[in-house]
Design a protein around this ligand. Structure first.
Ligand code: ADP
Ligand code: MG
Length: 347
């Protein structure tokens, strides 16, 4: 007969490994979390490096503000964040992160090294290493330029059940490249590099003019996308919608090449999807999918991003208003578009 088990508080590392299930699904989710941290740190340049689709190595380097020596071990602990201190701040949050969970989760299921420097002196860096449940929060000096590097080796080495769910190198790499594409489309003002197995796949300079933006879109989504898309930039009240929508003549069999950003954060939202589908309803053949890269900007206070740990979902305070704005903007733009016409729509 089994003895009744007593209730105990989980060991913190085990709690992190359980929480990791929510945010760390595969190498692509690690890349997303690390790059979002680099963006939040005010970086101008981000480099992503992978080996074996990310299963062997993921490294994200940035030139952002860095982490103070004394804060390094804290950065790896759960619910430790520099981004918000109160519920009021959460309600207007502009940073991509705020839950203080990613580094704790990732380090609990990998061999992680965090190196950083807040100084312009490149010999003045510090690093901290964590390996699965054996965390060694000892900080040691390491030369590092201003900014931060996070190296994640052997993802899921200590959670074999999860490791088994990793697909082939090619598949995992594909997911990482997709995550990279979304991130690089979210910030034209930053320079990006993606390297896989020591080969440079993408090298995207910072772009601050429309031509540069289009070069980046073409580099990430292909020239065909751009040649068959309409540029738009429309505002109504505090709402602004800009980006590129594919002409109805350039639809796809699959719902890929659909990127929608809300205040710089890529989201998958039913309300947004519905508004776009409605706008294309009369101009697209049944079963075909439109392509788009769209940016919605609105007051952060009227959108809740704390709906899901991956923050892929959002909740709009006035969903109806957002839906109608999206629908009418796109509907109008598509109605005015003549096939073969590259002209944009602006207000
Ligand atoms: P969150 O992003 O939700 O705050 P994370 O676990 O992702 O939580 O990161 C914890 C903290 O570590 C951040 O709040 C930030 O202070 C620091 N940090 C992480 N990555 C970086 C980075 N690339 N540059 C500067 N600080 C960082
Ligand atoms: Mg984060």
């Amino acid at each position: 007969m089994s003895e009744q088990r007593r209730i105990r508080v989980l060991d913190p590392r085990l709690a992190n490994q359980i929480a990791a299930g929510e945010v760390v699904e595969r190498p692509a989710s690690v890349v997303k979390e690390l790059v979002e941290n680099a963006i939040d740190a005010g970086s101008r340049r981000i480099e992503v490096e992978l080996e074996a689709g990310g299963a062997r190595l993921i490294r994200v380097r940035d030139d952002g503000g860095g982490i103070e020596e004394a804060d390094l071990p804290l950065a790896l602990s759960r619910h430790a964040t520099s981004k918000i201190v109160s519920l009021e701040e959460l309600e207007g949050v502009a940073s991509l992160g705020f839950r203080g969970e990613a580094l704790a989760s990732i380090s609990s299921v990998s061999r992680l090294e965090l190196a950083s420097n807040v100084d312009d002196d490149p010999t003045a860096g510090w690093r901290v290493v964590a390996e699965g449940r054996q965390m060694e929060p000892r900080v040691s000096p390491v030369p590092h330029p201003r900014g931060t590097s996070v190296t994640v080796r052997d993802l899921f080495f200590n959670t074999p059940a999860r490791r088994k769910f990793l697909r082939t190198e090619k598949t995992e790499y594909g997911h990482v490249e997709e995550a990279f594409r979304r991130l690089a489309l979210s910030r034209f003002d930053m320079a990006w590099t993606l390297r896989h197995n020591h080969k440079t796949v993408h090298q995207l300079p910072a772009a601050d003019d429309p031509a540069g933006h289009e070069r980046r879109v073409a580099a990430l989504l292909g020239k065909t996308f751009l040649d068959n898309a309409l540029h738009l930039d429309l505002s109504a009240g505090h709402l602004r919608l800009s980006g590129w929508v594919g002409l109805p003549t350039h639809s796809r069999a699959q719902a890929d090449q659909q990127y929608f950003f809300v205040n710089g954060r890529v989201v998958r939202d039913r309300l947004v999807a519905h508004a776009i589908r409605q706008a294309y309803r009369d101009v697209l053949f049944h079963g075909r999918h439109p392509v788009f890269v769209l940016y919605l900007q609105l007051d952060p206070a009227v959108v809740d991003v704390n709906v899901h740990p991956t923050k892929h979902e959002v909740r709009f305070r006035d969903g109806r208003l957002v839906h109608d704005f999206l629908f009418s903007s796109l509907h109008r733009a598509l109605a005015e578009a003549r096939p073969g016409e590259g002209a944009g729509v602006e207000t």
